[in-house]
Design a protein around this ligand. Structure first.
Ligand code: HPA
Length: 275
């Protein structure tokens, strides 16, 4: 058994010592988007800090706990707060929570994040359905000994973001008249924001939004056979596209402002996914 799998099994045992809850949908709430958790009828809350070896976030605005409960009658596990590679964790630790949620029973992974808008047609506060990603600027989470128990050595990444789940999200947005951009998300390591030259490079590569998370999680989830979908909250125009300097506070304020439409979209989309 690989060391990474052994660690995962230990975390699984610790969770199972606390709860036998079996989620269908796993949800990762990004920076400033944690308020969605209030929608969940909570059965059990588990702070990450109680799980031995589990990565714990150091970023303000990232609470750091699993919330097990129901959204209507759909069993969900929600990560309120995630860890980022820039915090110094190995990328294998960064994706451990995703693999853990799979082992707990989750079939669907709904990823959310705060991002910078790279597409010049985007505005701060837009929501973007993630249709594809660019992973080459972040370390691949599958590097190292393959965890055979989870998946194959060379997983296909043709359709990372599930077509049917993405259609549900787009359909709900249309019905609720929530404007929804669609595009390609690139993960860079951070923690510094990008330079204007880097943003021009990302534009040339066909990228629409940039952030510091999500892609490594999506890759790990596909590797272990989860269905994946994602929505990004474009919290600011990326460097060089607006005269303002970027700040974490601005990102949080924009995420707060987008919270009502974000919550409405997620709630109904997850309800239909679980049906
Ligand atoms: N760049 C990278 N990550 C981000 C940004 C950005 O402009 N905004 C929010 N997260």
């Amino acid at each position: 058994m690989s060391a990474a799998y052994e660690k995962l099994q230990n975390c699984l045992k610790s969770v199972r010592a606390c709860t036998d809850f079996v989620p269908k949908v796993a949800l990762v709430l990004g920076s400033g988007l944690g308020g969605f958790a209030e929608q969940i009828r909570v059965v059990y809350e588990l702070p990450y800090s109680l799980l031995e070896g589990f990565p714990v976030s150091t970023v303000p605005g990232h609470d750091g706990k699993f919330i097990f409960g129901y959204l209507e009658n759909i069993p969900v596990v929600c990560m309120k707060g995630r860890v980022h590679y820039y915090e110094g964790y190995s990328v294998s630790d960064v994706v451990l929570p995703i693999r853990l949620m799979k082992l707990l029973g989750a079939e669907i992974l709904f990823l959310t994040n705060a991002s910078g808008g790279v597409n010049a047609g985007f505005s701060a506060g837009d929501l973007m359905l993630i249709t594809d990603h660019i992973s080459v600027f972040a370390p691949n989470p599958l590097i190292g000994e393959n965890i055979e128990e989870l998946g194959t050595r060379f997983p296909d990444m043709t359709n990372v973001y599930d077509r049917i789940l993405s259609q549900i999200i787009a359909q709900v947005a249309a019905e609720k008249q929530i404007p929804l951009q669609k595009g390609v998300y690139a993960q860079l390591t951070g923690p510094s924001f990008e330079s204007p030259a880097e943003i021009r490079m990302l534009q040339a590569l066909g990228c629409d939004a940039v952030g510091m998370s999500t892609v490594v999680e999506a890759i790990a989830a596909r590797h272990c056979g989860m269905k994946v979908c994602g929505v990004s909250c474009v919290c600011n125009l990326a460097a060089g596209l607006s005269p303002e300097p970027l700040s974490h506070e601005e990102v949080q304020a924009a995420a707060d402002a987008a919270a009502p439409k974000f919550t409405a979209l997620l709630y109904e989309a997850i309800r239909r996914m679980g049906a």
